[in-house]
Design a protein around this ligand. Structure first.
Ligand code: SF4
Ligand code: F3S
Ligand code: FES
Length: 235
C-alpha cells in the first residue's frame, strides 16, 4: 500500500449552466489500494461539492456507479487506483441522456428491462410446497442470475448507441434468466418479444458487453442461447 497523487479528469456537465460538456481536472492524494470511487469522493468532499455521481453500496452489489473509466465501462467502487494508474479519466456511460456530470437518465434502460417480463410467471398454485428444481436445471441459468443491472453492458454496445430501440444485452440477460428456468411458464412470451425488430437479432456479437460486465456474465453466449431457442423452438 502506497500513497499516490492522482490526476483525475472528469467530464462535467450541468445542463442548467453549460451549453455542452467540458473536462475538469483535479489533483487528489489517495492510497493505491483505494478504489476510483474513493478518488471521486476526495473530489466531492474536499475540492468541489457540486460534482454529481451515483453510488450506494460501494461494494459492487447495487450497480449504481457504472461509468467510463479510462475509456472502458466499469464500476468505480470495484476498480482499484493501482490497476488504472495515476492519470484517470472519468465520463458518464454512453447512450443515455446525461442529467448532470456522471449521472445519466436510467429510465429508458429500465423500461427495456421491464419489457422482457423479468419475473417468474407460473399460474399453478404450489400450495404449501416449494417449486422444486434439480441442480442441473438450476445450472442452465445460473450465470444470468448474477446481473446487478448496472447497465455497463448495454451502454458499451455499439448497436445500442446507434439504435436506442434495441432492447440491449442487459434486458436479454434478464430474459435468459427466466426463459431457461424450468419453473417458469412464459418463455414463449419472452421469446416472442425478443424475436421482434428491437430484440436479439439486432446483436452483431460485438462482445463489448461481455468485456464490460463487472460480474463476468457470459452475455454474448446468453444472447446466442436465446437466438437458438427462438430459431429451433427449443428451451
Ligand atoms: Fe451489469 Fe453485467 Fe448485468 Fe449488464 S449483465 S447490467 S454489465 S451486471
Ligand atoms: Fe452488442 Fe454485446 Fe451483441 S456488445 S452487438 S449486445 S454481443
Ligand atoms: Fe454499488 Fe458500486 S456503489 S455497485
Amino acid at each position: 500500500m502506497a500513497v499516490v497523487d492522482v490526476e483525475l479528469k472528469i467530464k462535467r456537465y450541468n445542463p442548467e449552466q453549460d451549453k455542452k460538456p467540458h473536462w475538469e481536472t483535479y489533483e487528489v492524494r489517495v492510497e493505491d489500494t483505494d478504489r476510483v470511487v474513493d478518488a471521486l469522493h476526495e473530489v466531492k468532499w474536499h475540492h468541489d461539492g457540486t460534482l454529481s455521481f451515483r453510488r450506494s453500496c460501494v461494494h459492487g452489489v447495487c450497480g449504481s456507479d457504472a461509468m467510463v473509466i479510462n475509456g472502458s465501462n466499469a464500476l468505480a467502487c470495484v476498480l482499484l487506483v493501482k490497476d488504472v494508474g495515476t492519470n484517470i479519466t472519468v465520463e458518464p456511460i454512453r447512450g443515455l441522456r446525461v442529467i448532470k456530470d456522471l449521472v445519466v437518465d436510467m429510465e429508458p434502460f429500465f423500461d427495456q428491462y421491464k419489457s422482457v417480463l423479468p419475473y417468474l410467471i407460473n399460474s399453478t398454485d404450489p400450495g404449501y410446497e416449494e417449486r422444486r428444481q434439480s441442480p442441473e436445471d438450476r445450472e442452465r441459468f445460473d450465470d444470468t442470475t448474477k446481473c446487478i443491472l448496472c447497465a455497463a453492458c448495454t451502454t458499451s454496445c455499439p448497436i445500442y448507441w446507434g439504435n436506442e430501440s434495441y432492447v440491449g444485452p442487459a434486458a436479454i440477460v434478464n430474459a435468459h434468466r427466466f426463459i431457461f428456468d424450468s419453473r417458469d411458464e412464459a418463455a414463449g412470451d419472452r421469446l416472442d418479444i425478443l424475436n421482434q425488430r428491437s430484440g436479439v437479432w439486432r446483436c452483431r456479437t460485438a462482445f463489448s458487453c461481455t468485456e464490460a460486465c463487472p460480474r463476468d456474465i457470459k452475455i454474448t453466449q446468453a444472447i446466442q442461447e436465446v437466438k437458438r431457442a427462438i430459431l429451433y423452438n427449443r428451451i
